[in-house]
Design a protein around this ligand. Structure first.
Ligand SMILES: *Cc1c(COP(=O)(O)O)cnc(C)c1O
Length: 384
């Protein structure tokens, strides 16, 4: 029976034999991106350069702490969410500063020497009592968080001043290793909003001594002169090579993507003119159409709601996704790529030609959502 329709057997002995998508993680790119941020922050004649927290929450934005770590460790410190995350970083061998951005603290909890040098974000009043009771042998550096216009966590202006006075006493008594000012922007990617938010923070902290940690990736990339005047920056998305700025790719900013998502072609179907493809018959062939079945779908974290015309790369050329993305399969038009057959690896995002920023735009979301939404069914592997 001569037919173009078949499914494949896995023969290749490299990672293309994966019957699932795979995300390849490039720690060298992470190292490059941190060096690039450092370069941007080294501004003018001043020999003051802020230190860099590499933000590694959500398992290093889906890249996994383990695989990202050899790159992340070129930062000055690692920023994570919880004290358990801090222990995870210590288990990987990190002995430098770690910032716990949303820690559940208690006096007993903070007596674990493995946590130090430890920095904590203090964003609500209940945390203060625990800090006041600390033994000076276990003194964290604390960052007081202004709630700013994001209004997720943090103190309003009045409570901020009170908490600051309280913590200054603890600092003088040797119960803290340091005390600084921190906020997180709501709209750092919009220049006008960024200026306003920055001004509000400056107005609040003027006259209260302490180091400053206010800049995320978007803020420091859109105004690195202002970021260079602070003491620590917190960068997540840019560390992974992804642009937080509208209309710009990581490449435009001198960054390199640290994740390439690939998936194998597991079958070929040929549609006659007029035939439909996929759920809801969203695609109808207008001519004979050679369809590649790619093993990746929304159950792997690939977005279902893509706009028409979203592309993938295969053998260095572009192919278009046609039909609905389903649970385990997406379908691509291979009519003009007759040499692409079973087991070919398709790149879904993470190269200069196909940045994750483009896929995110076509899925009406942001890149950080795509890379953190990859499910456990997508193995993360070190880039060979
Ligand atoms: C996630 C996060 C960051 C990093 O933000 P990016 O935009 O990814 O650079 C910084 N600070 C806080 C408090 C965060 O939650």
């Amino acid at each position: 029976m001569a037919t173009d329709t078949h499914t494949c057997t896995n023969t290749a002995d490299n990672y293309s034999c994966h019957a699932s998508p795979v995300a390849l993680i490039d720690h060298v790119a992470i190292k490059h991106n941190i060096a690039r941020l450092r370069q941007l922050l080294t501004y003018g004649q001043s020999n003051h350069t802020p230190r860099i927290w590499a933000v590694a929450k959500a398992d290093a934005y889906g890249h996994t702490l383990e695989l990202a770590y050899p790159g992340l460790c070129s930062a000055d410190g690692l920023a994570v969410l919880t004290l358990d995350d801090v222990r995870h970083c210590r288990a990987l061998g990190w002995t430098g500063p770690i910032l716990a951005m949303s820690p559940q603290i208690s006096r007993a909890e903070l007596k674990d020497p493995v946590l130090y040098p430890l920095h904590l974000i203090i964003d609500h009043a209940e945390q203060l009592a625990h800090l006041a009771a600390l033994n000076p042998r276990f003194a964290p550096h604390v960052w007081l968080r202004f709630r700013a216009s994001l209004n997720h966590a943090g103190f309003n202006q009045t409570d901020y001043r009170k908490a600051y006075a309280f913590l200054q006493t603890a600092l003088r008594e040797g119960r803290l290793a340091g005390l600084g000012h921190l906020q997180h922007y709501a709209s750092a990617e919009i220049a006008e909003q960024l200026r306003k938010e920055r001004q509000a923070f400056q107005a609040l902290i003027g006259g209260m001594p302490g180091s400053v940690c206010s800049e995320n990736s978007a803020a420091l990339l859109s105004d690195h002169a202002a970021a260079a005047a602070t003491d620590w920056v917190r960068s997540g998305i840019a560390v992974y090579g992804i642009s937080p700025l509208h209309g710009m790719s990581g490449h435009d900013l001198g960054l390199r993507p640290a994740m390439v998502l690939q998936a194998p072609v597991y079958g070929i179907q040929v549609l006659g003119a007029g035939e439909f493809l996929g759920y809801n018959s969203r695609f109808q062939a207008t001519r004979q159409t050679r369809v590649g079945l790619v093993r990746c779908g929304y159950a792997h974290g690939y977005p279902r709601g893509l706009a028409e015309g979203c592309e993938v790369m295969v053998y260095g050329r572009k192919a278009t996704i046609i039909g609905r993305v389903s649970m385990d399969t997406l379908t691509i038009d291979l009519s003009d790529l007759p040499d692409v057959s079973c087991n070919a690896m398709v790149t879904l995002w993470g190269t200069h030609e196909l940045p994750i920023e483009t896929v995110a735009r076509q899925a009406d979301t942001i890149p950080a959502q795509l890379c953190t939404a990859l499910t456990a069914r997508v193995p993360r592997l070190a880039m060979p």
